[in-house]
Design a protein around this ligand. Structure first.
Ligand SMILES: Nc1nc2c(c(=O)[nH]1)N[C@H]1C(S)=C(S)[C@@H](COP(=O)(O)O)O[C@H]1N2
Ligand SMILES: [Mo]
Length: 233
């Protein structure tokens, strides 16, 4: 029998990989289009919209554990798509000519979700713009048509249903929307260092998030079922 290494601190294994997210976005599946152009903007000379260019990049596959900040993890998830670093070097730099200061990147989803990450974290070789999960095109549940996957960061950094990527000098003003408190969005969110939240100590954050997990999972599952029922033919 294969023995998996222990999970990162404060995480427990969830047997299945389910749709998950902030409650506010659970019911926004009607906004998701199956193919959408990706807009690149922010502190760049030229904002551009890319559609076919992505497919010119080399495809790559990773297998990684997925860790949600609310303490659940799923082992060995297989994603494929394009390395963010390739996307940056081969599309963003030549086409958009980013201005000097753009250490933060804001990722926006078609559902209105947005989250920021440090550019140097995104340039790691295991960070993908992914369009398949376990060998199949991404479903509505897991971020169709294109999502970020940053395995060393908590799941909330892996924005689903990507529609825009903005290169900015700072992450200021890009917190989660009302009613979510600012402490929920850590500027880095690295799993290894348990960067779950700012301000609050882990002995409060862990049980609080673990408590919120069940409701969020149910809400996302219910909204997905409702959406699929309404759109079946
Ligand atoms: N667009 C969008 N991306 C999102 C979210 C969301 O609600 N909307 N939730 C985040 C959170 S908190 C987690 S844990 C993961 C869940 O990914 P999954 O639905 O594929 O399990 O997506 C992240 N990306
Ligand atoms: Mo999450």
């Amino acid at each position: 029998m294969k023995h998996d290494p222990p999970l990162p601190p404060g995480q427990h294994e969830n047997p299945s990989f389910d749709r998950f997210g902030l409650g506010l976005f659970a019911d926004r599946l009607k906004l998701i289009r199956p193919s959408t152009p990706l807009t690149i903007g922010g502190n760049v000379q030229n904002a551009v919209t890319v559609t076919a260019e992505l497919a010119q990049l080399e495809r790559t596959e990773i297998v990684a554990d997925f860790h949600c900040v609310t303490t659940w993890s799923v082992r060995n998830v297989r994603w494929s798509g394009y390395r963010f670093s390739d996307f940056y070097e081969k599309i963003v730099v030549p086409r958009c000519q980013p201005r000097e200061k753009h250490a933060f990147v804001v990722l926006q989803g078609q559902d209105g979700y947005q989250v920021s990450m440090q550019l140097n974290d995104l340039l790691q070789s295991d960070v993908l713009l992914a369009d398949t999960l376990n060998g199949e095109s991404l479903g509505l549940d897991h971020g169709a048509p294109l999502r970020l996957v940053a395995p060393k960061h908590y799941g909330y950094k892996s924005a689903k249903h990507l529609t825009a990527i903005n290169f900015n000098a700072s992450a200021k003003g890009y917190n989660f929307p009302f009613p979510y408190p600012n402490f929920m969005d850590h500027p880095r969110g690295r799993v290894e260092f348990e960067e779950r939240a700012t301000l609050l100590p882990l002995w409060i954050v862990r049980p609080l998030y673990r408590f919120l997990q069940t409701g969020a999972r149910k809400k996302h599952a219910k909204a997905l079922m409702k959406h699929l029922r309404q759109h079946e033919h």
